[in-house]
Design a protein around this ligand. Structure first.
Ligand code: TXA
Ligand code: MG
Length: 330
């Protein structure tokens, strides 16, 4: 595996990347880890079934769980999916950005059946992270990319997280530093005329409803673990090795504490280890730190991570969704 460190503040990063062997690795069906604004993605040519099979094998991912295809623009997305008017409104308002739209797959789409797990729908996203868009544009391929972690484990927000999990499977990793948003994209289903929230994420429910002009159905916490609407929404997910205990009212010396905001729970100073997601109580900062915080406390050797209460509006909804899945019975 070759690690490519990319400084996105340098105006010539595109030339450097284009001159590298990364694009040909993708068109040759190899796996490349690519940063986006949400998390790092384990990336392959979505039109190449064999390359997509490598993603499932590397992650240890069940084959019924379809992949998101990343493209460079709405026009590219429309070559693969049918966009009704709410879908177009959402795409125009939030792309590029942390929003994935599940729409009917066009018969003429070249995205492989393995990427869509044989469904008649396709999950499409135009990420804000410019590296993924650039690679899609240069290779001419929609890029299948799940989060670059072993299935069920904590999502990666830094290159080192990816390397720890998946190094032997990769041809390249592009390291552009930590991801700015830090939790995955929001997924909205637009397959039957009624937009539905399939996974809370980096675009808030409130912002989506503002554009749709109506409230968004679909409460991911009601999803049945054996028949999830987005097949990846299995109840136990994002799991650290330590047990997670939510809404802790106090800290104890035997347990680590994942805290939030300036208010201290009783005993916080005696906790086994502590990570504050955002000492000033800012949701965006907490989202960006969430997976790193879980990894850091997990590495402290504690058996249990207690999590302070975090309100569930705005990005707090996605943060609580990930925490509930991390705490679910395994
Ligand atoms: O932010 C993100 O979305 C990241 C970055 C890399 O873009 N990707 C990501 O992918 O989180 P992944 O594979 O970890 O999650 C994709 C989710 C899964 O829950 C999957 O079931 C759902 O999208 N999905 C994909 N295609 C679908 C479809 N046709 N219908 C319903 N759900 C779908
Ligand atoms: Mg994932």
């Amino acid at each position: 595996m070759q690690r490519w460190t990319l400084d996105l503040n340098r105006p010539d990063w595109r030339n450097a990347l284009e001159a590298s062997a990364v694009c040909s690795a993708i068109t040759n069906g190899e796996l490349v880890a690519v940063p986006t604004e949400t998390v790092y993605g384990l990336t392959a040519d979505a039109t190449n079934g064999e390359a997509c099979a490598k993603i499932f094998a590397a992650k240890g991912r069940p084959q019924f769980n379809p992949l998101i295809s990343h493209v460079a623009s709405l026009a590219d997305a429309q070559r693969h999916g049918e966009f009704d008017s709410p879908a177009l409104d959402l795409a125009k308002a939030f792309w590029p950005g942390p929003l994935t739209l599940v729409v009917p797959k066009k018969k003429t789409s070249t995205i492989s059946d393995l990427a869509t797990a044989g469904l008649s729908t396709v999950a499409l996203r135009v990420p804000e992270g410019p590296v993924m868009r650039f690679l899609s544009e240069k290779t001419g391929c929609p890029l299948a990319a799940p989060s670059a972690n072993r299935s069920g484990k904590i999502s990666p927000t830094r290159a080192d997280d990816v390397i720890a999990d998946l190094e032997p499977c990769l041809s390249f990793i592009i390291d552009a530093g930590p991801c700015s948003i830090g939790i995955e994209s929001t997924i909205v289903g637009l397959t039957d005329g009624t937009p539905r929230l399939l996974r809370p994420g980096g675009t808030t429910r409130e912002d989506l409803q503002g554009v749709l002009g109506s409230s968004l159905q679909g409460a991911p916490t009601n999803v049945q673990p054996d028949a999830p609407e987005a097949p990846g929404m299995l109840l136990s997910h994002y799991a650290p090795n330590a047990k997670m205990s939510l809404n802790a009212c106090e800290a104890v010396p035997s347990d680590a504490l994942l805290s939030f905001g300036p208010d201290r729970v009783p005993g916080a100073d005696q906790a086994y280890a502590e990570f504050n997601l955002s000492p000033r109580g800012d949701f965006a900062e907490a989202a960006a730190n969430l997976f790193r915080g879980m990894r850091t406390l997990d590495a402290s050797g504690t058996n249990t991570i207690r999590v302070q209460f975090i309100p569930s509006f705005g990005l707090g909804e996605a943060i609580n969704d990930r925490l509930q899945r991390a705490a679910a019975p395994r």
